[in-house]
Write a protein that binds this ligand. Sequence first.
Ligand SMILES: NC(=O)c1ccc[n+]([C@@H]2O[C@H](COP(=O)([O-])OP(=O)(O)OC[C@H]3O[C@@H](n4cnc5c(N)ncnc54)[C@H](OP(=O)(O)O)[C@@H]3O)[C@@H](O)[C@H]2O)c1
Length: 253
Amino acid sequence: MINALGAPQSVLVLGATSDIAKATVERFADAGRLQRVILAGRSSEALDAEVERVRRLGVPEVQTHDFEARDRAGHEQVVAGAFAAGEVDVVLVSFGVLPDEARVRVDPLAAAEIVDINYTAVVTTLLSSANHLRVQGHGVIVVLSSAAGVRGRASNALYGSTKAGVDTLACGLGDALRGTGVSVVVIRPGFVRTRMTAGLRPPPLAVEPREVADAIAKNLVGGSRTVWVPPAMAWVMGALAVMPRAVFRRLPI
Ligand SMILES: NC(=O)c1ccc[n+]([C@@H]2O[C@H](COP(=O)([O-])OP(=O)(O)OC[C@H]3O[C@@H](n4cnc5c(N)ncnc54)[C@H](OP(=O)(O)O)[C@@H]3O)[C@@H](O)[C@H]2O)c1
């Protein structure tokens, strides 16, 4: 169970090698109660290294599950496997890709694959997790959305559209689960310095993964909600959302 201070005992991470996920698991471990971490990801040296790292953080039980986002039929088995071995307090949905927008725009099938990873796989894993948590009677699903989903931009329209879908589903599902003991926390970061954004110029308000992890840890109790990281992104995106389109499209973003 998650205690009143927001410290969980068990976490299922979907996208275990994500820099944001790694910082979040570390933050949970720092809280001192973490007993079991289930790392779901594609088999790789990075996943093996993450298993060792989590063990070194002092977590007694670390399990792995093969997770391929494009294998939608396999997702139920991954989620069910995690719940079969014990209670899961937090499901962290942290996988995703940031495509080369120019490349996928001229290759519709490549674009559809990005949708499969960033959106369809979130639909299947989110709904499956919600079903299992409802039966369990408690728990939190943390979903990595993005400020990019708030308004379509010329520079990342496809990525933004997947995040808009994720955000809409996660917010609505969180409200539908009210009263069940299960909540959905939607995280909307701006630019985070991770492997995903390596080589891109960080804009103002760029944050480190540990700042996203802190925001997640601080918002685990208190029900379904939306969390901007940093908080000032809420004001920036609020202003951009209502800006006339003729002006918006001229912004260098
Ligand atoms: N970084 C940002 O600025 C930012 C801002 C807003 C939201 N977000 C969101 O936050 C989440 C985490 O991002 P991050 O910055 O931590 O990125 P990251 O370090 O690049 O991690 C991405 C994760 O997605 C996994 N993944 C990619 N394709 C997959 C597939 N086909 N099957 C299974 N796993 C797959 C990767 O696994 P492998 O190691 O196997 O590739 C990795 O674990 C994403 O949803 C991202 O969209 C990021």
